[in-house]
Design a protein. Structure first.
Length: 175
């Protein structure tokens, strides 16, 4: 009869069940367990949705040595970004095709790093529902298995294709 112990005159199990059901009903829906689904307006919804992206190019040596984010929303911007990015390559690889009617390119650049094994990778892209703003999360790491052990510094970069938008795009890099 442990489930029927009283706490202040109220049976514990029925009181806990009633509270859980009330919280679930007020959360915008009951999924697995109690609470709202991610991104549906439930009680833990933060106003952001994950956005899919595809990696176009990821390398340890980019011709762009300034850290930050560059966005190409049209073919001319993409061509200029690609040429700067692949400048160290001889011959330069051809420009990858991007359908700019519904896609754009974001280049994430780590800047010059002392280790030849430094890499940067996009971990997720989020869209703020209220404004359409995109936010890119990226992570810096050391990739000992896929780098040359020369003493040259690296300029890690990753270029991704994602949904076309005229809204602001921001970047956060986890070092």
């Amino acid at each position: 009869m442990a489930h029927m112990q009283r706490c202040g005159g109220v049976p514990r199990l029925p009181a806990a069940l009633a509270l859980a059901l009330t919280l679930g009903a007020c959360s915008g829906g009951v999924g697995i367990g109690f609470g709202g689904y991610w991104g549906d307006g439930g009680w833990w919804d933060d106003g952001w949705d994950e956005v899919g992206f595809g990696v176009i190019d990821s390398r340890g040596r980019s011709g762009i040595a300034t850290p930050g984010l560059q966005v190409a929303r049209d073919l001319s911007g993409w061509s200029a970004l690609w040429q700067a990015h692949v400048a160290p390559d001889d011959p330069a690889p051809p420009l990858p095709s991007v359908n700019f009617s519904n896609r754009m390119v974001a280049g994430v650049f780590a800047g010059q790093r002392a280790s030849p094994c430094a890499r940067i990778r996009v971990t997720r892209v989020l869209r703020e529902r209220a404004t359409g703003r995109l936010h890119i999360d990226a992570a810096l790491s050391l990739d000992g298995g896929a780098c040359s052990q020369d003493s040259a510094p690296s300029t890690p970069a990753e270029l991704v294709a994602l949904e076309q938008t005229s809204a602001e795009v921001t970047l956060a890099v986890n070092e």
